[in-house]
Design a protein around this ligand. Structure first.
Ligand code: MG
Length: 191
């Protein structure tokens, strides 16, 4: 056993896990622009930076989890994706988002990452020391609720995307927007 293994086994170091709020991007943080390839199309919903700030202040790591099949379909280049991601992060404000995970795979292709598969959340949990049982997923589509549930997190569906019909959803809560979802989470954290 080398020294790093000794430290890795120390409970005070190794067992410290954090709660997170995983957040979808298109239709949840910003207007769904249908394969957004241009930073000029980025429209962050009003109140989102402030609501995310309240979640961070309550102790949650904030991680964006986004399907970007436009890349796999050849509609968005990696450079365009990166430019849009940069604009989103800049508009949200500094030091707010811990990390962003995106999946370029197209529907129908075998993928352990594309939502509703939980791969992005599992990877993020390993890399950012997340306790999923204390974590939440906020998204506008049913695949977001399914993805969060598949990863063992509690889930909230917001009605700011294209699909506002939440009949029969597996989500634990439905709210009009991300700010209302954040309020539920902060209230639970303060209980
Ligand atoms: Mg979405």
């Amino acid at each position: 056993m080398n020294l790093s293994q000794v430290f890795a086994r120390s409970p005070s170091v190794a067992d410290k896990l954090f709660p997170a709020v995983f957040v979808d991007r298109d239709g949840t943080i910003m207007q769904d622009a249908d394969y957004c390839s241009n930073p000029k199309q980025v429209r962050i919903f009003p109140g989102v930076p402030e609501a995310l700030g309240r979640l961070k202040a309550a102790g949650f790591k904030l991680i964006i989890i986004t399907n970007q099949s436009g890349i796999g379909r050849g509609l968005i280049t990696m450079d365009q994706y990166r430019a849009v991601e940069e604009k989103v992060l800049r508009e949200l404000g500094p030091d707010l988002i811990e990390a962003t995970y995106f999946c370029p795979d197209v529907p129908g292709q075998h993928s352990s990452w594309r939502k509703p598969a939980p791969g992005m959340i599992l990877q993020a949990s390993r890399e950012h020391r997340i306790d999923r049982s204390r974590s939440f997923f906020i998204g506008d589509k049913e695949i977001d609720a399914e993805c969060g549930r598949n990863a063992g997190a509690r889930t909230i569906r917001v009605q700011t995307g294209f699909d506002r019909d939440t009949t029969g959803t597996v989500a634990d809560w439905v709210t009009p927007d991300l700010a209302a979802a954040a309020k539920i989470i902060v209230d639970l954290a303060n209980e």
